[in-house]
Structure formats: structure tokens, C-alpha cells
Design a protein around this ligand. Structure first.
Ligand SMILES: Nc1nc2c(c(=O)[nH]1)N[C@H]1C(S)=C(S)[C@@H](COP(=O)(O)OP(=O)(O)OC[C@H]3O[C@@H](n4cnc5c(=O)[nH]c(N)nc54)[C@H](O)[C@@H]3O)O[C@H]1N2
Ligand SMILES: Nc1nc2c(c(=O)[nH]1)N[C@H]1C(S)=C(S)[C@@H](COP(=O)(O)OP(=O)(O)OC[C@H]3O[C@@H](n4cnc5c(=O)[nH]c(N)nc54)[C@H](O)[C@@H]3O)O[C@H]1N2
Ligand code: SF4
Ligand SMILES: [Mo]
Length: 748
């Protein structure tokens, strides 16, 4: 087979790209590899099938083009998709590398030897599935099916969630909540009575001013946001960025606030102080829609800009100027809530502060602030009621983390540890499309939990770190080879999008829906699977809303009229889903649970001399560690760099591209070296490492051992007191210039 290079998919300076550059401001600020070839292949040469991208979780709809020989030629955006607006990000364009990657998992495997031996034998699907079903039954009969936990991510998760609910377990959780956006959702729920979901309903296109707090758009390549911000840049949008690092979006900002890490709450409280005490808030809006203004006013009295300046290491006049800018734009202004917000352990409260500020600015339900999204509800295919579990994740969570609204990954892991003496014990895991070794802090703890399990099944596409710890590995087909449930997320325009197989499954892989169903049937759960193929389910669902699978195969995305208004009408009476029916500046629901009803400033530890805070983020061309081995995307970037301030470099005598190792506050040393990048763009008290590199799984032929791994060094965790999510930004590292593994290597 011809080697597919990235150039086949990502045209760096194709004519199409050059033409786009003139009309498309995206190209002016995000790296140039976004210049893709958008021209479809001519119809006689190509067949196209609709897809929904799975390279990250933004879920853009696109078209997969194949040539006459059935080879995938390219993937481009679906022009009718209100979500991707007809374009894919470079990762989506390079997604076909997931399909062509020779390192893929190819056959079902069962571990031979003792747990952790990392030795496997290839088996048939029947053998693997029979084995899994037998083991699950044993656990179910001995401990109850509640003792099975599902840790998952992505579209495939839905198939396994259905399996788990059918067998009587609600113990499911995603690192994409507790380690990502859980605290944000909680913060907004306790203010507005509803969370934000994905995509975040921030009306960037109509905004006059947007504030990004640690949200590094442009590196965080969430497609819709990048396009909206690009549009904004071209249409006079004022951007304010708060980040200890001069991020891509900071470079496009009117004000960059290089905040001392972990002090954001001081800034947010001072902004409230300014808006309230300088009477810059939206008085009418606050009067009509909010609850607890007087309490908030008294609460923030002493949180002055001068006080915040000392805490945040920001000049007080910069703090003020930013607040005036926001107030001037009100209500067409939004403080973006961010996405990965599990930082310091008071994350729900920090997000509450963001939610409150947006209310003071009158931004919620307003054009240019936050719009009311709507989703096309697809009826559920009729199945019997799920059995009622005897206990659920709530029983192991809510005594301490009362604000958790779904299973918390790290708490399910805790419930799997040998020292768990509670009656609620987890004895088996399904790990579906999540690489827990990289995504959950404190790897040593995760491994201790794994060693205490009776069963761990991993469903993945690649031989990632987590697959090495599996008892059974079930290789899933990539998103280009399978059907999944329809995408129907909340949006400005309600819509549904179809993913269907563009090509036959490669190797001996199977779609997730098939794997889950086969296990279900083996567990005697046939009643929950009254269909043979997922196509039947999709067709039935689509027919309930006046469409069909046949129609969606042709158009890929179908939009529906919006039934509710996008914004509040002037003077409209509106009841929020909170105890008081108002936007709660003072949260009665948090108060009821014993939490601070209004956010307070708390000091977080700062690094000792010789140590630097380890902060992490994204690179535009990769999604975590899931794409660093992708042949197309690896070609664009195969390693990360450690960002180091010149002052630090001088003290340590570092040079650009010098290889260093990192040791954290708990003595954990990185396995592989990382190259130094000396730059003024990072504060002197921190170092920066994009996440997803430094793979230790040796079967990843391109990414093994390449770059530094933040995830090895995040051993200290501050749990968010409301949701139990893992704040991971309180880890400090010192830089080693000598190879700390030299002696070990010599010995081995
Ligand atoms: N240290 C550190 N930890 C973090 C973060 C960080 O930045 N630093 N980020 C946090 C955030 S924001 C999040 S959302 C989580 C994400 O963490 P995860 O949920 O673990 O996400 P990924 O790292 O993308 O891992 C996805 C896994 O799914 C596999 N996979 C990819 N496609 C498919 C498929 O179609 N089917 C199946 N079955 N498997 C597939 C990949 O091979 C990979 O093993 O991590 C969190 N943890
Ligand atoms: N290319 C690409 N894009 C992605 C992803 C990907 O893997 N690759 N993953 C997606 C996912 S799942 C998520 S959740 C999002 C995450 O993306 P975002 O929500 O945008 O960002 P975070 O990872 O929270 O934050 C990273 C930024 O926070 C800054 N930062 C660190 N400490 C502090 C602090 O104390 N205060 C402030 N104000 N800033 C700080 C860092 O310097 C960095 O610029 O990205 C999404 N987009
Ligand atoms: S943002 Fe990029 S990687 Fe994510 S779904 Fe869209 S095209 Fe795919
Ligand atoms: Mo995330």
C-alpha cells in the first residue's frame, strides 16, 4: 500500500488554502497548517459518506471521500453543519491516520500470566466475549452487578452505558467530567440552574468583548470556538486573556493579564468589587433576574483591586481597565467559562465567580453573551426499564462531595482500592476509550486499584498505556469504520448528524455497539437489545422526527427549526431552575449543602525555591496522547517542549533544545527527557508542558519515549470540595540536567 503522508490530507499551501487566506481570518493567527484543501474531489472520481469526527470531543460533522479503489482520500467539513461550519481542524483532517495507523489493535487479546505481566495471546471474538461475560457474571453473582464500573469517554461510551444500565450498574464515570469540566457545570448549575454542555453557548460571534481565563483557544483547537474567535478578531471583538503564559489567544488580546497561577479567584472577586462599587453592573438585569445582590455586595466589599493586585501579581490599573472594558461592552460580553477547569481544588467556586460576573454584566440570555441552546430530542428506541441498582456512585460520593452530578472517576477508582472498607466495593472495570494512566493523576494509585480488581476489560483502538493492564483487550474499529448513535447536541440551530462506516473494519476489529450488544446477549440481556444492527435504531429514531437513515446518508446533517428564543426578550419574565427561580448570586443550593454560598478567596500552595509550577495545556495538532502516534499528526509534531522563562534558564544555565528531566515535589522523576524552549512567554514561577506526550507504551512506534509527560508528574491532587474532581495544577517540578536514570540503564 502506498504510504499515506500528511501531505495527502493536510495541504500546507495548496491553491485552495491561499485563496482561503484572504477571506478567512483563522489563517491570520492560528498556525498555517490550517490551510487545507477544501475542494471536493469531482463526483465521478469519488464516493463520499458522512462522518462525525472522533479525534476530539467537539464532534464536527464531515464528509469522507474515497477514490475508485475504495481508498480514503480526504475528510472535509460538512458545509451544512452549524457546529463545524463546514470546516475541520487539522486534527480532524488528519483523522484518517487513526485508520491507517499500523500500530492499531488488531485482534482481541487475553492476558496470559499474572496481573500486570503485559503478556497477551490473540484469541477469537467468541473466546474473548465468552470470557468477559463469564467473568462479569461471576462478579455479578458474588458482589452484585453494582460492583462493575465503567470508565469511559467519547461516542462509544453510550453503547457501554446502555450495557451497564441493563445489567444493573450505574457506576459509570468519565475523566472528561471529573478531570475536565465537572466543576464548571456545577458552578453554573448553582447559579443559573443549568449547566453549559458542549458546545458552550457563548455567543462569541455577536460579542463585543470576550474574556478567556486560562482558556487557550487556538492551542485548544475546539473548532467552533476557534472560528468564532477568528470571526470576532475580524469584526472588532475585544479579547482579554488571563493566563500566566502568553498564549496564542493572548497574542490577539487587547489586555493580557499574566496572572500568578492559582490566584484567579482574587482577580474575579476584585472584578465583582469594581462592577458593584463603581456601579458598572447591569442594574435592571440584576434587579429583575438575580437573587442575593445585597449579600454579594457586602461579601466583596474588601476584595478591592489593590488587594487583588498584591495576590495576583497584576497591576491594579490593569485589573480595573479590564473590568471597564467588560462593563462598556455589556451585555454583549462574556467571560468564557473554560473547559478543562480542574485546577486547584476550589474549582466549582472559581466557576461560580465566573458565572456571577456574567450575571452582573447581564450577559446570560443576551445577544453577544450567552444564548439559550436547543437540541433536537431523538426519542429513545423502546426497551424495558433498566433494573434498579442497590447502590450507585451517589452512595460513595455524596457524603463528601455533595455537588457531584455524575459518577466521579477518581472516586470510583478509590472504591476499587484494597483499603476501601465501605460496603460499596468495585471489583471489575470496563475501560472504554479512555487512557486512565495518562488522564487520571497519581498513576501509582490507579495501578494499585487495577491490581485489586477481578476483571479489567479495555476497549480501545490503540495499544495505549492502559491496554497493558487489561485482562482482556477488545479492539474497536475506528470512527471511520462504524455506525454510532446520532450526534444531537444543544446548539443555536437544533440538528442531528450521522456517522456511518466509510470503509469496512480493518483487521479483526468491531464497532463498539456490536461489542456491547454481544456481551449483553451473553449476559442474558437480549430484551435490552430488540434490534440486530444499530442501523435499525438510527432509522427508527430518525423516522420519529420526520427523517430517515436514507436521508441522513445523503445529507449527513439535518437541521430543525428552533422552538425557543435564543435570547431573553426585553423585560421578559423568566424563571430559572434554581430554588429562588432567580440567578443565584447567593447560592441557596450550595448553602443547603453546607458550602460557601458565595465564592471566597483561598490561598493555594506556591512552589518552594528551586521548584516551578507545572502547568500544562494543548498543542493545536494533537488531542492529548490519543493522536501523538497518528502518522499524519505525528508528522506535524512528534514531541513537546518544556517552556522555561529566560530568568530560570539563566539560573540553571539552560540552553534551547537542551534535554532535561523533571522531578516533582514527591520525588517522582520523568521517564523520558524533554527539550527546553526558552521563552519570555511564560512566567518565571512556572514551566509549561503540553499534555499527551512522553508515551511509555512501547508498541506506539512513533510516539514512544517522545517528549515530556506532565501526567507522570501530577501526583499531588487537590480535590474540588463540591464535586470531587481532581485539581492537578498544584504540582511543582525541579529541572534536572543530568540523566537521573543513567545508573539504572548501566545496571540493566
Ligand atoms: N495530566 C493531565 N491529565 C489530564 C489532562 C491534562 O491536560 N493533563 N486533561 C484532562 C481532560 S481535559 C480530559 S477531557 C481527560 C481526557 O482523557 P481521556 O478520556 O483518557 O482521553 P484521551 O487521552 O483522548 O484517551 C482516549 C483513549 O481512547 C482511545 N480511543 C480513541 N478513539 C477511540 C475509539 O474510537 N474507540 C475506542 N474504544 N477508543 C478510542 C485512545 O486510543 C486513548 O487510549 O484527561 C484529563 N486528564
Ligand atoms: N488541540 C487540542 N485542542 C483541544 C484538546 C486537545 O487535546 N488538543 N482537548 C480539548 C479538551 S478535552 C479540553 S477540556 C480543552 C482544554 O482547553 P482549555 O479549557 O482552553 O484550557 P486548559 O487546559 O484548562 O488551560 C490551559 C491554559 O491554562 C493556563 N493556566 C495554567 N495555570 C493557570 C492559572 O492558574 N490561571 C490561569 N488563568 N491560567 C492558567 C495555561 O498556561 C494554558 O494556557 O481543550 C480542548 N481542545
Ligand atoms: S475540533 Fe477538530 S478534532 Fe475535534 S471534532 Fe472537530 S475536526 Fe475533529
Ligand atoms: Mo477535557
Amino acid at each position: 500500500m502506498k504510504k499515506i503522508t500528511r501531505r495527502d490530507f493536510i495541504k500546507i499551501s495548496a491553491a485552495g488554502g491561499a485563496a482561503l487566506a484572504m477571506t478567512d481570518p483563522i489563517l491570520n493567527w492560528v498556525p498555517s497548517f490550517l490551510k487545507q484543501d477544501y475542494t471536493p474531489l469531482s463526483e465521478d472520481k469519488a464516493e463520499r459518506t458522512p462522518t462525525v469526527c472522533e479525534v476530539c470531543f467537539w464532534k464536527c460533522a464531515g464528509w469522507v471521500y474515497k477514490d475508485k479503489n475504495g481508498k480514503i482520500q480526504k475528510i472535509i467539513g460538512n458545509e451544512n453543519d452549524p457546529h463545524s461550519m463546514g470546516r475541520l481542524c487539522p486534527r480532524g483532517t488528519g483523522g484518517v491516520g487513526m485508520f491507517y495507523d499500523k500500530d492499531r489493535l488488531k485482534n482481541p487479546m487475553i492476558r496470559v500470566g499474572k496481573p500486570g505481566s503485559q503478556k497477551f495471546k490473540e484469541v477469537s471474538w467468541d473466546e474473548a466475549l465468552d470470557y468477559v461475560a463469564k467473568k462479569v457474571k461471576e462478579i455479578g453473582e458474588k458482589y452484585g452487578y453494582e460492583s462493575m464500573a465503567l470508565l469511559d469517554h467519547g461516542t462509544t461510551a453510550h453503547h457501554f452505558e446502555h450495557l451497564f444500565r441493563s445489567m444493573g450498574s450505574e457506576n459509570t464515570a468519565e475523566p472528561a467530567i471529573a478531570q475536565c469540566l465537572g466543576a464548571r457545570e456545577a458552578g453554573f448549575i448553582h447559579t443559573y440552574g443549568s449547566g453549559l454542555g458542549s458546545p458552550e453557548p457563548v455567543d462569541i460571534r455577536n460579542a463585543k468583548c470576550v474574556v478567556f481565563i486560562g482558556s487557550h483557544v487556538g492551542e485548544n483547537m475546539h473548532n467552533g470556538v476557534v472560528q468564532d474567535v477568528s470571526y470576532g478578531i475580524d469584526h472588532g471583538l475585544t479579547i482579554i486573556t488571563v493566563d500566566p503564559r502568553f498564549s496564542t489567544v493572548a497574542s490577539k488580546s487587547k489586555y493580557w493579564l499574566p496572572i500568578k497561577p492559582a490566584t484567579d479567584m482574587a482577580l474575579l472577586l476584585a472584578w465583582m468589587h469594581i462592577l458593584i462599587y463603581e456601579e458598572l453592573y447591569d442594574k435592571e438585569y440584576v434587579e429583575k433576574y438575580t437573587y442575593g445582590f445585597e449579600q454579594l455586595k457586602a461579601h466583596v466589599r474588601n476584595y478591592t483591586p489593590e488587594w487583588a493586585a498584591a495576590k495576583t501579581d497584576l497591576p491594579d490599573d490593569l485589573i480595573k481597565k479590564a473590568a471597564y472594558e467588560m462593563a462598556a461592552a455589556s451585555p454583549a460580553v462574556a467571560i468564557h467559562p473554560g473547559r478543562h477547569v480542574a485546577w486547584y481544588g476550589d474549582d466549582t467556586q472559581r466557576e461560580r465567580a465566573i458565572a456571577i460576573l456574567n450575571a452582573l454584566l447581564g450577559a446570560w440570555g443576551r445577544k453577544g453573551g450567552f444564548y439559550f441552546p436547543e437540541k433536537k430530542v431523538l426519542p429513545k428506541y423502546p426497551i424495558p426499564h433498566y433494573p434498579e441498582p442497590k447502590w450507585t456512585w451517589k452512595d460513595i460520593t455524596h457524603d463528601k462531595y455533595k455537588g457531584a452530578f455524575t459518577g466521579v472517576t477518581n472516586l470510583l477508582i478509590d472504591a476499587s482500592l484494597p483499603e476501601n472498607k465501605s460496603p460499596y466495593k468495585i471489583k471489575g472495570w470496563f475501560v472504554v476509550a479512555t487512557n486512565l494512566i495518562q488522564s487520571i493523576p497519581n498513576k501509582e494509585k490507579t495501578l494499585r486499584a487495577i491490581q485489586n480488581l477481578d476483571l479489567i476489560v479495555v476497549v480501545d483502538t490503540m495499544p495505549m498505556e492502559i491496554t497493558g493492564y487489561a485482562d482482556v483487550i477488545l479492539p474497536e474499529s475506528t470512527y471511520l469504520e462504524r455506525y454510532d448513535y446520532l450526534r444531537s447536541s444543544r446548539h443555536k440551530v437544533p440538528n442531528v448528524a450521522l456517522r456511518m462506516p466509510a470503509v469496512e473494519p480493518q483487521y479483526n476489529t468491531k464497532p463498539g455497539w456490536w461489542i456491547a450488544r454481544e456481551i449483553g446477549i451473553r449476559l442474558g440481556l437480549k430484551d435490552y437489545y430488540p434490534w440486530e444492527t444499530l442501523e435499525e435504531v438510527l432509522d427508527w429514531q430518525l423516522k420519529q422526527v420526520g427523517s430517515s437513515l436514507e436521508e441522513l446518508k445523503k445529507i449527513g446533517v439535518k437541521t430543525f427549526p428552533k422552538e425557543e428564543a435564543l435570547y431573553l426578550a426585553p423585560g421578559e419574565d423568566y424563571e430559572f431552575n434554581t430554588n429562588t427561580g432567580k440567578i443565584e448570586l447567593y447560592s441557596t443550593s450550595l448553602a443547603e449543602m453546607g458550602y460557601d454560598p458565595m465564592p471566597k478567596y483561598k490561598e493555594h500552595p506556591q512552589p518552594q525555591a528551586g521548584y516551578y509550577r507545572l502547568i500544562y495545556g494543548r498543542v493545536p495538532m494533537h488531542t492529548f496522547g490519543r493522536t501523538t502516534n497518528n502518522p499524519n499528526l505525528n508528522d506535524l509534531r512528534d514531541e513537546n517542549h518544556l517552556w522555561v522563562n529566560p530568568k530560570v534558564a539563566k539560573i540553571l544555565g539552560l540552553e534551547n533544545d537542551q534535554e532535561v528531566w523533571l522531578k516533582n515535589q514527591d520525588g517522582v522523576v520523568s521517564t523520558f527527557p524533554v527539550k527546553v524552549r526558552i521563552t519570555e512567554r511564560i512566567r518565571h514561577d512556572s514551566v509549561y508542558l503540553p499534555h499527551g506526550f512522553g508515551h511509555t507504551a512501547s508498541k506506539l512506534s512513533r510516539s514512544y519515549g517522545k517528549g515530556g509527560a506532565d501526567w507522570e508528574l501530577t501526583t499531588k491532587v487537590a480535590l474540588d470540595d463540591v464535586t470531587g474532581g481532581t485539581g492537578m495544577r498544584g504540582n511543582f517540578v525541579t529541572i534536572l540536567t543530568e540523566n537521573p536514570h543513567k545508573n539504572q540503564e548501566a545496571e540493566s
